[in-house]
Design a protein around this ligand. Structure first.
Ligand SMILES: Nc1ncnc2c1ncn2[C@@H]1O[C@H](COP(=O)(O)OP(=O)(O)OP(=O)(O)O)[C@@H](O)[C@H]1O
Length: 276
């Protein structure tokens, strides 16, 4: 599990720090549909922060606001103390925010290694011509990036499939590769949209372990959406709960578990067997 140059901050001790990302009064509509209404919550450095809520609650929209896919009509995104009314995707990536998607977004015909290499695009410093002719600097850079990608492959224990086209892999492994591609960007904040959706119990346990290891070993701050309540309650430091685009709960797993509104809107449904 030793990486030559791990993502995030090498050797960072797992200690919850100050607020790194602060969402203030975010509202987002699509025509008449209010996806988010006046949502505020913060994310502290090194923590695992979960966003939960029933289908259509606004969870993915929230991640899309954080990494600049959607522009909120109201509110502010404060990243490391810098106030913005919206992010843009490139700016978010440059600022150390990486994400995975609900539906896997990988290049299916490309190998695992090459997919993970695409995650290093922003780290490439040589220009297009240098790369095209594979000139000295480009060659050295390529080797360094490959080493980094191989280190991620070792970390995620997918050495055996490093040359396999992603499209041929089972779903659970594709999700792991997607995590690898996000890690390749060496993010400080990692947004995970349902990283365990569609997985069997064993795959879920593996993914949990990798998420905890990333957080623990590299100090990466993690914001995740997850439907599996067992997983959420086990691995999160704090949980924010959305329902119909509104925030109805925010706190530690224990606080959220006993919050009346949450029980009524979400956990209550789970008890009745209508939610995961
Ligand atoms: N691009 C879009 N255009 C129109 N409406 C959208 C768009 N994205 C989201 N919505 C609407 O915003 C609301 C919140 O959707 P969102 O996908 O954020 O919820 P979610 O909590 O992630 O749901 P799920 O758990 O089903 O993924 C829904 O009513 C959805 O239909």
């Amino acid at each position: 599990m030793e990486m030559t140059q791990p993502p995030g901050q090498p050797g960072t001790e797992r200690r919850i720090g100050d607020v790194i990302l602060d969402l203030k009064n975010i509202s987002l509509s699509f025509g008449g549909v209010k996806a988010l209404t006046d949502i505020s919550f913060d994310v502290k450095q090194h923590e695992i922060r979960a966003i939960i809520g029933p289908n259509g609650a606004g969870k993915s929209s929230m991640l899309n606001v954080i990494n600049g896919v959607y522009r909120p009509q109201q509110g502010e995104i404060v990243l490391r103390g810098v106030h913005r009314t919206n992010m843009d995707c490139y700016g978010a990536a440059k600022a150390g925010i990486a994400r995975t998607f609900q539906n896997i977004a990988l290049f299916k015909g490309m190998t695992v290694l090459d997919n993970i290499m695409t995650g290093r695009n922003l780290k490439m410093k040589t220009n297009f011509l240098q790369q095209a002719f594979y000139l000295g600097a480009a060659r050295r850079e390529e080797i360094a990036h490959r080493e980094q990608a191989e280190a991620i492959i070792d970390f995620l224990e997918i050495q055996a499939i490093r040359k396999t086209p992603v499209g041929r892999l089972p779903y659970g492994l594709q999700k792991r590769v997607e995590l690898g591609r996000a890690l390749a960007a060496e993010p400080e904040i990692l947004l995970l949209d349902e990283p365990m959706a569609g997985m069997n119990v064993e795959e879920k346990q593996d993914m949990c372990r990798f998420i905890l290891d990333v957080n623990d070993q590299f100090g990466t701050t993690i914001v995740l959406i997850e439907h599996d309540m067992g997983v959420v309650m086990d691995i999160s430091d704090r949980v924010v709960v959305l329902d119909y685009g509104k925030k109805i709960g925010d706190g530690t797993p224990d606080e959220v578990r006993t919050n009346e509104n949450v029980i009524k809107a979400y956990l209550g449904q789970a008890h009745e067997g209508s939610a995961a």
